[in-house]
Design a protein around this ligand. Structure first.
Ligand code: 5GP
Length: 185
């Protein structure tokens, strides 16, 4: 526990508590269940940041779902988007005719999901919707419709509940603003 306490000390403040997250994810699962009634959506998780959100969300969707994952990157280890999207791990499924729900941790500039949505439609998806845990609307650089999002947050670099800085902090149960001294040093 001592190490986890040290991780919490790297935060300026907690932005969203684990209780608030649990409530919002449950609500989102119920909404997706209603919206996709009679369908079998393909839940496409974006590695690695979305894994915690994904695994919680899928258990609140009361429908048969197909699971798949992609790894894309526009970031490296810095805290600002490069604007260049690279596919590191592709889908396992043929998505022709599928109703795809892209499950993402956070929408920032929108560059990653703008690219990915077009890419999935080009590959024959019947529909593509975006479910993001967090949205930073103030940072948007390209137009993007975020169909489902749990929380709008201010322009700050956040970690926890799957989100990392240099691969650390993903297992924090809460979401917090990382103190700038951590990434500016
Ligand atoms: P976008 O293409 O929308 O600019 O970037 C989306 C990706 O950038 C996210 O999937 C995430 O990996 C990363 N990202 C954007 N903002 C943050 C943040 O505040 N914290 C962390 N840990 N990653 C972020």
């Amino acid at each position: 526990m001592a190490d986890m306490k040290a991780l919490y000390e790297d935060l300026d403040r907690i932005l969203v508590t684990k209780e608030e997250i649990a409530e919002a994810v449950k609500k989102l699962g119920a909404q997706i269940t209603r919206d996709y009634a009679g369908k079998r959506p393909l839940l496409l998780g974006i590695l690695k940041g979305a894994v915690v959100f994904y695994s919680d969300l899928m258990r609140f969707i009361d429908l048969p779902v197909v699971c798949d994952f992609m790894s894309v990157s526009s970031y490296g280890s810095a805290t600002k988007s490069s604007g260049v999207v690279q596919i590191r791990k592709d889908l396992d499924h043929d998505i022709t005719g599928c109703d795809v729900i892209v499950v993402e941790d956070i929408v920032d500039s929108g560059v990653t999901l703008n690219y990915l949505s077009r890419h999935l439609i080009n590959r024959g998806a019947a529909s593509v919707k975006i479910a993001a845990l967090l949205d930073k609307p103030a940072r948007r650089r390209v137009e993007l419709k975020v169909d489902y999002s749990c929380f709008n947050i201010p322009d700050a670099f956040v970690v926890g509940y799957g989100l990392d800085y240099n691969e650390i902090y993903r297992n924090l149960p809460d979401i917090g603003v990382l103190a700038p001294r951590i990434y500016e040093k």
